[in-house]
Design a protein around this ligand. Sequence first.
Ligand code: NDP
Length: 294
Amino acid sequence: MAARIIDGKVIASELRARVADEVARVQRVHGVTPGLAVVLVGSDPASQVYVRSKHKQTQAAGMASFEHVLPADVEQIELLALIGKLNRDPGVHGILVQLPLPKSLDTEAVINAIDPAKDVDGLHPNNAGRLAGGFAALSPCTPLGCIILTKSVHASLEGLNAIVIGRSNLVGRPLVQLLLNENATVTIAHSRSRDLAQLCARADLVYGAVGRPEMVRADWIKPGATVIDVGINRLPGPDGKDRLVGDVAFAEVSEVAGAITPVPGGVGQMTVACLLVNTLRAACAIHGLAKPAV
Ligand code: NDP
């Protein structure tokens, strides 16, 4: 039987609508307008597309959106000075530095300079450490989106066997921590793992976060499992234009899985929606308000 398709577009749009409602309430009741500042260094076309989409969606949710575009040859000290200014700006509750940065800049130092209370990408070591310790933290947006998509299929993840393939700081590691917080039993796999097919065979939840086109095959998947595909890979299409494929061989895996996210139209849709959630949460925490209902 063909798997149920988890529609990231619909789920992200519902989430954005709930964020917009909460933003309106926080404004009305507390006079606080959450604000997100996005810093883009250089003119990488893919990064420009992401930043434009973040700007549009932030404004559509009723939040303030601030864009800072710096030249690719900006000095580290100037970038750090801008981050310092945004850290002190009371109208800014979330700061996101679009990655990757040009090689001339020290990405780790830049991330470390962001006030952890405004670190809506969840990459600052304070947030990563708090998440790993099971404490309240701002978590990276893509893994948050993966959890929401999974919960659209499973009301509870308690006791489910999950495998996360990939252990980056951006996706795999924080996803493992979020799954643990949901009381799933988690295996984390990476490039040195042996026999991935066998590791996947027990999993009720499979997360592909590798960056290798269609690596996860149908015969790895337990019948009925939920498969969440984080991968975004560009392959040349028949018309000469790039086509996007995930880390999961969608056509064959959807014959075995119980539910699956498509690429595009799955996890990718959730990342910016979760950025809005994090900005709203950060604004509420900074102003000492109750955690918002999203
Ligand atoms: P990274 O390159 O940082 O990490 C990839 C991970 O995959 C590493 O942990 C690596 O292992 C592991 N890996 C590589 N080859 C294998 C293999 N053969 N078997 C098992 N594991 C392997 O990538 P990201 O985490 O940043 O991104 C992963 C994918 O998700 C990419 O396609 C990216 O484009 C996509 N992405 C999508 C987002 C979205 O919004 N949908 C957001 C962010 C990323 P090791 O640690 O041993 O090297």
